[in-house]
Design a protein around this ligand. Structure first.
Ligand code: SF4
Ligand code: SF4
Ligand code: SF4
Length: 253
């Protein structure tokens, strides 16, 4: 379990490296282009899959694959403004979500050549495979924005407040079966997991008030808290029924 974070780091590093080549498969912005062209592309399938998996595996798309999240997280270690944990701004998220999809749908319907009766075609490789000039420019803009937000505003601020995909995945992740769980009999309340958490989650609150179940839909299941715990008290675990799990813990106490 301790090695999970090393795997996570490897995964994030590899995805950061291959993103310039397979940019149109991973970059969530291309979902807009897919709607605009009326085509179900690879990026729609990949991120649609992550949304569908989020009630079971939580935010693994964010924590293991998204190059934007990876770049903001890396830059976030040197952020100028360090903030306390705050819940995401729901209204801001909704505004971005609505703007993104309504503008894409507007252009989808506005395209008179396609006609209103035309649905979506299924062409996963529709967006060009070569990393052409247009994609290069978008990639540079995305990476620059990620680094800017990371250096300026702390860990994952942009993810928590601005990203429409984060908003969508967090809905399913509220029910995620895979969550960090703290063994209260081993935990020394040192707070190291909270200090090192990739998203800055208030893990100690969950230790005090939630029997050690970190049921926060912003958790990206990266495993960093597991790696840093000095007494191996925290691990990622499948909890299929949270109520029953807590009731069992109460019985044992
Ligand atoms: S919230 Fe958005 S930008 Fe952040 S890691 Fe998830 S998908 Fe990527
Ligand atoms: S709680 Fe643990 S697994 Fe979840 S984001 Fe924080 S460090 Fe990663
Ligand atoms: S790092 Fe381990 S011992 Fe320290 S508060 Fe977190 S779970 Fe408890």
């Amino acid at each position: 379990m301790k090695r999970l974070y090393s795997l996570n780091f490897l995964s994030r590093f590899l995805f950061l490296l291959i993103t310039p080549v397979f940019f149109q498969f991973f970059a969530i912005g291309f979902i807009w282009h897919s709607i605009y062209w009326g085509v179900i592309t690879a990026v729609v399938l990949i991120w649609g899959g992550f949304i569908l998996l989020s009630p079971i595996f939580g935010r693994i798309g964010c924590g293991w694959f998204c190059f934007f999240g990876i770049a903001t997280e890396m830059a976030g270690h040197h952020a100028r403004i360090k903030t306390q944990w705050k819940k995401p701004n729901v209204w801001l998220r909704l505004l971005v979500l609505t703007g993104f999809f309504s503008s894409a749908l507007f252009f989808f319907f506005y395209n008179t050549q396609r006609g209103l009766g035309h649905g979506f075609d299924f062409i996963p490789g529709f967006l060009k495979l070569n990393f052409n000039t247009h994609y290069k420019a978008v990639w540079i803009m995305d990476i620059s924005a990620a680094l800017f937000f990371g250096f300026l505003l702390d860990k994952k601020w942009a993810c928590k407040n601005l990203c429409f995909m984060g908003a969508l995945c967090s809905v399913g992740a509220k029910f995620s079966r895979l969550i960090p769980v703290v063994d209260l009999s081993k935990c020394t309340r040192c707070g190291k997991c909270e200090k090192e958490c990739m998203v800055g989650l208030p893990i100690t609150d969950y230790i005090k008030n939630n029997k050690g179940l970190v049921t926060n839909s912003e958790c990206v299941n990266c495993g960093k808290c597991v790696a840093v715990c000095p007494v191996n008290a925290i691990r990622l675990k499948f909890v299929w029924n949270r109520k029953r799990y807590k009731a069992a813990l109460e019985k044992q106490a």
